[in-house]
Design a protein around this ligand. Structure first.
Ligand code: FES
Ligand code: FES
Length: 157
């Protein structure tokens, strides 16, 4: 067991975990933050994406012990006061989800994509949004409304 300390959604947490614990397991099982979903555990689906030190990361691909001291934001941290983040609102407005399994990862990936584009002074094209979502799989929506949602949020963020 190794002691891991992180700041998760603005709150400092400390837990003893086995060395092989994935960040996704740490979030879901140690912290009970079950908004981060696990669809494959093999870095394919993107359902587990969270932000680590400000960048989107597939949490099934990272060991918790390697992230000692990191700042992590999960889907729960996007709406800390119950008011939807513009990306969450845009997914709702555009029917960018059906079963919702992929949605936390889609949203965390999309927020990172839009923030990076804004920092670079760029307006995302539809092709760039689709490219940015290549690591996120949705079995329900056909992606069109997800792309529309990201484009709307990019205007509002
Ligand atoms: S659970 Fe992490 S990419 Fe699928
Ligand atoms: S909404 Fe069902 S997997 Fe995307």
């Amino acid at each position: 067991m190794t002691e891991v300390t992180m700041t998760v959604n603005g709150r400092k947490v400390r837990r003893d975990v086995p060395d092989e614990t994935l960040l996704s397991e740490f979030l879901r099982e140690s912290l009970r933050l079950t908004g981060t979903h696990v669809g494959c555990d093999t870095t394919q689906c993107g359902a587990c994406v969270v932000h680590v030190n400000g960048a989107a990361v597939k949490s099934c691909s990272a060991l918790a012990v390697a992230l000692d001291g990191a700042e992590v934001t999960t889907i729960e941290g996007l709406a800390p006061n119950g008011e939807l983040h513009p990306m969450q609102k845009a997914f709702n407005d555009n029917h960018g989800l059906q079963c919702g399994f992929c949605t936390p990862g889609m949203i965390m990936t999309s927020v990172d994509m839009v923030e990076k584009a804004k920092a670079a002074g760029k307006t995302l094209t539809e092709a760039e949004i689709r490219h940015g979502l290549e690591g996120n799989i949705c079995r329900c929506t056909g992606y069109h409304n997800i792309v529309k949602a990201v484009a709307q949020a990019a205007q509002e963020m």
